[in-house]
Design a protein around this ligand. Structure first.
Ligand SMILES: C[S@@+](CC[C@H](N)C(=O)[O-])C[C@H]1O[C@@H](n2cnc3c(N)ncnc32)[C@H](O)[C@@H]1O
Length: 462
């Protein structure tokens, strides 16, 4: 059967693709349907037809999969924050394991690598320690809000519809942030709505209020509020800070990041402290970390403990090894390994992250770690003595091919590769597998109700 654009079809969902969409086959032709899960039977309409696949929009579930559950969040299905709430958590874990395993087999062309069952996140809701809410001068309405006359459609503080930059839902409750975050969000929304300064237009690029970022320390149950505005107006934001400090004793830091850039990124070109400190402290395992507004920190603190425990186990340190921590961010992995190694050297491109890593060493009284700022592609040639163990935790794009080559030349006995992207993990492991046995891979769920998955691979030199 030839699939046509706008055609309505009855489909049997048989698989779930990386990216989170359900997959059906029509005479062997792949049709992706968002919001579906294997064993669903659905009616859907094709809205995009390509040579090798088509995408269809779900119209009706004719018979639901046993893996479906009722999503507890009212924005589920509309919000890009987490798109898998309607899938049973055990199945989320299994689909994530399959994605990692299939990527290694089909993209990496490496056979027989043991991929263990996904380690679940210790908490399934309220797990995110950092949330970024966008301000917008238009509100994207949920189906049950359409036609309501008492809704202010010219204002939203919330999260985006998946894949869009200008469609913002006005979110009053997000279940993946700790509960008090919703109260703070509501207080900020009320203040902004009453303010004379306009919210930012995501198309016009005019307006004052841009983002609200909330950070939470799980260890201390403390909050940081970062108000991102288009210009510095202390007279406008300071009264908001005063009100928040008075009403929420758990808030210990309020800062104002200022950015005139058009890009939809909640990072300021400059930062003005408002009330309290400019950082909060959290703990992963036995170590404390100071986190400022723009520091990188794993967004699921308890999940990071599970992840780093796997890294430590795979590194198998005896106390005598030199360790190289590539793409070290604020040094959290290196510091976690420091009590089991002779020395740790971390390399990271963002200078402020390296400054954070050094400060985190001082906070924890650690003397056997050093951190260097620079591009790994340039820095590796300066490593004179080959480390026994290398931990590699690159961004989504994976390692540059020159870096893979240099890692192989340095020839560490063990490599622990941490990845947030199964496709680039598989690509890099293919090259590494000429010199290393890929002993095992452990997927770790840091992001429940999303299709994202972190994995740790253990490599042993042949
Ligand atoms: C996935 S994060 C890892 C962070 C850290 N290992 C952790 O667990 O918190 C990747 C890091 O790689 C850094 N990075 C990206 N490209 C780089 C490069 N070419 N050289 C050095 N660091 C780089 C990023 O700034 C980021 O901090």
């Amino acid at each position: 059967m030839d699939v046509k654009n706008r055609q309505e079809l009855e489909l049997e969902i048989t698989d779930i693709a990386f990216g989170g969409m359900g997959l059906a086959k029509v005479d062997g032709f792949a049709v992706f349907v968002d919001g579906t899960v294997p064993l669903d039977r659905v009616r859907a309409r094709i809205f995009r037809k390509k040579k090798r696949y088509a995408e269809a929009r779900l119209i009706e579930i004719l018979s639901p999969s046993p893996h479906r559950r009722k999503a507890p969040c009212r924005y589920s299905g509309f919000c890009g924050g987490c798109r898998w709430q309607f899938i049973d958590y055990e199945m989320q874990l299994e689909y994530k394991r399959r994605h990692v395993s299939e990527a290694i087999e089909h993209i990496g062309l490496i056979k027989d690598v043991p991929v263990h069952p996904t380690l679940p996140s210790p908490v399934m809701y309220e797990y995110r320690n950092k949330m970024e809410f966008s301000c917008a001068d238009r509100r994207w309405l949920l189906p049950d809000e359409l036609g309501q006359t008492d809704i202010d459609t010219g204002f939203a503080v919330g999260l985006h519809v998946p894949g869009t930059f200008h469609k913002v839902l006005d979110i009053s409750e997000c279940l993946i942030q700790p509960r008090l975050g919703n109260d703070i969000l509501d207080a900020v929304r009320t203040f902004i709505r009453a303010s004379e300064m306009p919210v930012y237009g995501l198309k016009s690029h005019e307006g004052f209020w841009r983002f609200l970022m909330l950070r939470h320390s799980a260890a201390r149950d403390q909050w940081m509020v970062n108000i991102i505005t288009a210009e510095e107006r202390r007279d406008v934001v300071y009264p908001l800070a005063e009100r928040l400090m008075a009403d929420y004793p758990a808030i210990v830091s309020i800062v104002n990041n200022i950015t005139a850039r058009r890009a939809g990124i909640a990072v300021g070109e400059s930062e003005a402290p408002l009330l309290g400190g400019t950082a909060i402290r959290d703990r992963i395992g036995a170590f404390e970390f100071e986190i400022s507004a723009n520091s990188f920190f794993q967004t699921n603190t308890r999940g990071a403990e599970s992840l780093y425990a796997v890294v430590k186990d795979y590194a198998g340190l005896s106390g005598d090894e030199t360790v190289l921590d590539l793409y070290c961010g604020t040094g959290t992995i290196g510091i976690t390994l420091s009590d089991a190694a002779r020395s740790v050297t971390g390399i990271e491109i963002v200078e402020s992250a390296v400054a954070d890593a050094r400060r985190n060493c001082r906070i924890n009284g650690i003397r056997n770690c050093r951190f260097m700022a620079g591009d790994i592609r340039d820095m590796l040639s300066g490593i004179a003595v080959s480390p026994e163990v290398m931990v590699i935790d690159p961004p989504r794009v994976g390692m540059h091919k020159d870096v893979v080559r240099q890692v192989i030349e340095l020839a560490p006995r063990k490599v622990v590769y941490v990845s947030c992207n199964p496709a680039t993990l598989a690509r890099d492991l293919t090259v590494m597998s000429e010199h290393y046995d890929i002993a095992e891979v452990q997927p770790v769920d840091m992001f429940p109700h999303t299709f994202h998955i972190e994995s740790v691979a253990r490599l042993i030199r042949k």
